[in-house]
Design a protein around this ligand. Structure first.
Ligand code: ADP
Ligand code: MG
Length: 346
């Protein structure tokens, strides 16, 4: 007769394709009942309710249990873990690979797209470069990779000795992005979670970054699976949150802040972008997106407000021309100082 132990053992062969651990170790199997007639029922508690891979996990589990001799019917229901349980799961994730040649990994995050996360990432890289640091950018926003465009660089990526070589910008910033790996930069990509995980892992493990003081990650927007993946996969020193004065953005940023705290990653600071517009002719300041909520966001994040970048038409122009590296970066000086690393001797 099939026992609960038999069922648990066979379920150990069923992997969560994204977390890369089996459903038993992840404590996903609940309420397991095996009756005398060989009917098996259990609940699978998924990490998130709308897990895109739920059907796969369910059918894998069903198939595994059905393969046991003596099993007649398999009844699987799907449920969701509590927040506490989910935190535990992510807390026991396999250790992240540390690279000796990359000193600090900083994630640039935002609650939603379009607040200027990529622009801030590019400007901050430029500011760090000017301060004498060795800088790289990993464009982890596989859904909207825009870093190569800001720097006016193009693929294809080349590999030597099985290591992918990053593309260097005019001032020597090392850049990796999916946009450099695909042939047509305008191709729209639909990325599944597992593909994103693999890509990020590859960009971290298989790229010849060389010695870097800072690796900046341009994160996927918001609290998507992709964003979670990046935080889980890489040894991130901390997060810089980019926000804009729009009330809605503020709300979503709070969600992202919440996520970062749950993932045990610290928020190093908040950067407000599109913080109004100062007319160059009259000097009048206009809060185009309404009054700033940056202080509020910073308070919610428990982190300092490090910079406020106004809307600067010239910024968008230079960025579109791939010339972000000629823009002024003084507005980010406090941010550079807050990241605290001694400049490397030339
Ligand atoms: N401070 C700013 N002044 C002017 N244009 C900006 C500013 N910040 C961002 N932009 C423009 O807004 C658009 C969205 O910025 P981007 O960095 O791509 O956002 P995200 O990465 O958050 O989606 C881009 O065209 C960018 O050039
Ligand atoms: Mg972007």
């Amino acid at each position: 007769m099939t026992t609960t132990l038999d069922v648990m053992n066979v379920l150990k062969t069923v992997m969560d394709p994204e977390i890369h651990r089996n459903v038993v170790d992840l404590n996903m199997v609940r309420d397991l009942v095996v009756d005398e007639d060989g009917n098996v029922s259990f609940m699978l508690a998924l990490t998130i309710p709308d897990c895109p891979l739920r059907e796969q996990i369910e059918s894998d589990a069903r198939r595994a249990v059905s393969s046991l001799p003596g099993v007649k019917k398999v009844h699987v229901t799907l449920g969701t873990m509590t927040e506490e349980e989910r935190n535990k799961v992510f807390g026991i994730a396999p250790p992240k690979t540390v690279r000796d040649d990359v000193k600090q990994v900083i994630a640039i995050m935002s609650g939603k797209g379009g607040v200027g996360k990529s622009l801030v990432t590019g400007l901050l890289a430029t500011a760090l470069m000017r301060a004498g640091y060795k800088v790289g950018i990993l464009d982890a926003d596989v859904t909207g990779a825009s870093i190569p465009k800001l720097f006016g660089i193009h693929g294809p990526l080349m590999a030597t000795n099985n290591k992918i070589q990053p593309i260097q910008s005019r001032t020597g910033i090392k850049i990796i992005s999916v946009n450099l790996a695909i042939e047509n930069e305008n191709t729209a990509f639909v990325w599944r979670g597992a593909m994103i995980t693999q890509t990020i892992q590859q960009f971290w493990n298989d790229v010849n970054w060389g010695e870097l003081d800072y690796l900046l990650l341009d994160m996927p927007p918001g609290t998507s699976d992709a964003a979670l993946t990046v935080i889980q996969e890489l040894p991130i020193k901390g997060i810089l949150m980019v926000t804009s004065p729009q009330a809605l953005a503020t709300m979503v940023v709070r969600k992202a802040v919440d996520m970062a705290q749950k993932m045990n990653t610290s928020i190093l600071g908040v950067i407000e972008n599109m913080a109004g517009f100062t007319a160059p002719d009259t000097g009048m300041h206009y809060d185009i997106f309404g009054p700033s909520h940056a202080e509020e966001v910073a308070a919610a994040a428990g982190a300092p407000l490090l910079a406020r970048l106004p809307i600067t038409p010239n910024f968008a122009e230079r960025c579109d021309a791939g010339e972000i590296e000629i823009l002024p970066t003084e507005a980010l000086d406090a941010c550079v100082a807050a990241l605290k690393l001694e400049p490397v001797a030339a």
